[in-house]
Write a protein that binds this ligand. Structure first.
Ligand SMILES: [Zn+2]
Ligand SMILES: [Zn+2]
Length: 168
């Protein structure tokens, strides 16, 4: 699939650069990653690249519709190369894990707004929120009153029951 990436870039009028190829590769091997995570992946592929350069390149790829940006409320933007099929996303409130939802029922489901306000609507973005199985397990464990700190990175001085990032 990577073989086609150069061609796709050219077809969209983009110069083929090592940076863009590496970013496309990183996005396709880790769907729904943040720009920060992608920066690390890209560095592993081509060596040093600034975070800003990755952000800029992602912006160009999003503009050209080669990469899709998903922006869940209160979270960093995520990127994926599954574009053009209007699929939706399921996000865990606990750990931020994100899954694709095909929403495959019927024709163009979720596209029908009850009032289109005169727009020509061509896309719907739905984000489902909830808790993933492992976060539910953690929540169930702490509900028993046995709030042992399992994997908190800084479980030394503060014991506050929850596993979220501790605040000051
Ligand atoms: Zn979770
Ligand atoms: Zn997706």
């Amino acid at each position: 699939m990577y073989d086609g990436v150069e061609k796709v870039l050219r077809q969209h009028g983009l110069q083929v650069t090592a940076q863009r190829l590496a970013i496309m590769r990183a996005v396709s091997s880790r769907p729904h990653a943040t720009a920060d995570a992608l920066t690390e992946d890209v560095r592993a592929i081509i060596g040093s690249i600034s975070r800003q350069a990755v952000y800029d390149a992602l912006g160009v790829l999003v503009d050209k519709n080669l990469v899709r940006r998903i922006q869940p409320a209160g979270s960093a933007a995520r990127y994926e190369d599954r574009v053009g099929d209007n699929h939706h996303h399921l996000v865990c409130r606990g750990c931020g894990a994100m899954f694709d939802i095909d929403c495959a029922v019927g024709a163009a489901p979720c596209l029908t707004a009850d009032n289109d306000h005169g727009f020509e609507i061509d896309q719907a973005e739905v984000i489902y929120w909830g808790r993933c199985p492992s976060c539910r397990k953690v929540a169930a464990a702490s509900d028993t009153g046995n709030a042992a700190i399992r994997s908190g990175p800084s479980g030394k001085s503060k014991r506050r029951g929850t596993t979220g990032p501790s605040q000051v």
